[in-house]
Design a protein around this ligand. Structure first.
Ligand code: EPZ
Length: 429
């Protein structure tokens, strides 16, 4: 298993190009099942998660062609016909958002059998809202032996669906199913994440009629068929925020390009409050920090446009060396503090009580072997290691590879001492 070794203490100077958003790309790939014409996605990230979903889509009948053209990495997905409406457990468990093929399969063929995704390291993560939305659209759903059996032999029909709380996945799933339903669907209390807007934009270019994406009320008028299209994946806001925090942690000056500052405004405001200099530009942003000590600040995760839960671990890493006591409240997932004991191995002083972590800033962190537990937790360890004295070895790097493209290359290009140790035995933890 690969490891990442980081020697802390180097300032970061240079440019980091941001990739297309993982969490958008995988929903856009699922959307390709809705048409028998090719969907060309540009600005595609090349990640383990997009590879996992690609493997599943091939089983369902999709031809995937990946190229690296002058416009960057592209994937063309073409499903002339659905050859199987069955998504097996072995493929869905590798990447839980694979579950979102259920809606498109149902909308296109009238039936589907898709494995339930199960829980994950950050929480139980049920899919009850997804299933209720599909039922509201007229699907008949049975659960048996870990599988969802869904039927809509006469097609789906529009409905008004009010989500009891904000769910990104359920909002996307309802959109993916409703675009081909008969009549009008209204989604109330919908998620407003940029990935929702990106999915709606892509579906609209494919011929769908969606209004209101990015607001709490989304209106979808069903159409009979969708066509092929070309769509550029929106920049990855979590990758943007992660490198912004990495630059703040290490110090120096880093330009993040091919992205947008407004995607992470709630994070940038907190970083400024902590004493980091942020310059918002048309083509991205610049993060600067001279040697001065950061100030402790409080953050609470919330659905977009609030502070992203996917940036909580990385922000906590920054706060480990801030002056004073900061508070981080996690309100989205019940078990998303797995990085705390690992940050403590590096010398961080953190106590957790329920959904609240209190971080008392220390003068310095000290490198140590640590273990990645999930995607965002693992990158928080990389951020901490950038400022730690000595060497940190991050084990279980496969978590990082799920969502960060060429991480060590992007950081090394700015002067960080980061290298991948191929196929190493795990260090004792
Ligand atoms: C998406 O997960 C992202 N994943 C997550 O990123 C992100 O943390 C999350 O949204 C919140 O922003 C993808 O887009 C692939 P939710 P999702 O439905 O859609 C509960 C990463 O690291 N819930 O908004 O699964 C749920 O348990 C990942 O890239 C139900 O109870 O998140 C959670 O507490 C991690 N029933 C809350 O809602 C449901 O049917 C919000 O989850 C659905 C969700």
């Amino acid at each position: 298993m690969d490891q990442i070794a980081i020697i802390g203490g180097s300032h970061l100077e240079g440019d980091i190009p941001i990739s297309g958003a993982k969490n958008s790309a995988i929903k856009l790939m699922a959307a390709s099942l809705l048409t028998d014409e090719p969907l060309r996605l540009t600005n595609m990230p090349r990640l383990a998660d997009t590879r996992f979903l690609g493997n599943l889509l091939r089983r369902l009948g999709t031809e995937l062609t990946e190229t690296n053209g002058p416009d960057g990495p592209q994937t063309v997905l073409h499903t002339p016909e659905i050859v199987s409406a069955f998504a097996p457990y072995d493929l869905v468990r590798q990447m839980r958002a694979s579950f979102n093929v259920l809606g498109p399969l149902l909308a296109r063929t009238g039936h589907a059998k898709v494995s339930l995704p199960g829980g994950c390291a950050i929480g139980a993560r049920p899919v009850d809202l997804h299933l209720k939305a599909l039922e509201a659209l007229g699907a008949h759903i049975d659960l048996n032996e870990g599988y969802v059996y869904a039927q809509a032999p006469r097609g789906l029909r529009g409905a008004t669906i009010t989500f009891p709380f904000v769910s990104v996945g359920a909002t996307e799933h309802a959109m993916l199913a409703a675009v081909l339903a008969r009549g009008e669907t209204i989604l109330m209390h919908a998620a407003r994440e940029p990935e929702i807007v990106d999915l709606a934009d892509c579906l609209n270019v494919m011929g769908a009629r969606i209004e209101g994406a990015g607001t709490p009320v989304i209106r979808i008028v069903g159409v009979e068929r969708l066509n092929g299209a070309t769509h550029a994946v929106t920049p990855d806001r979590i990758e943007t925020g992660t490198y912004a925090l990495a630059a703040a942690m290490a110090g120096g000056e880093v330009r993040l390009t091919n992205t947008r500052a407004d995607l992470i405004e709630s994070l940038l405001l907190k970083m400024e409050e902590a004493g980091v200099e942020v310059e918002r530009r048309n083509d991205g942003l610049t993060i600067r920090r001279n040697g001065s000590r950061l100030r402790a600040v409080e953050v609470e995760t919330d659905p977009y446009p609030g502070f992203a839960t996917d940036l909580q671990a990385q922000f906590m890493a920054l706060m480990t060396v801030a002056d004073g006591e900061s508070v981080v409240r996690e309100t989205i997932f019940e078990n998303r503090f797995m990085h705390v004991p690992e940050l403590a191995r590096l010398g961080a002083d953190i106590t957790v009580s329920g959904g609240e972590a209190r971080i008392r800033g220390v003068d310095f962190l000290q490198g140590a072997p640590v273990m990645a537990t999930d995607l965002r937790a693992s990158v928080s360890l990389v951020i901490a290691a950038l400022a730690a004295r000595g060497e940190t070895i991050v084990n279980r790097v496969y978590h990082l590879d799920r969502g960060f493209e060429r991480l060590e290359e992007k950081l090394s290009a700015c002067g960080a001492k980061v290298r991948r140790l191929k196929g190493h035995m795990e260090a004792e933890n």
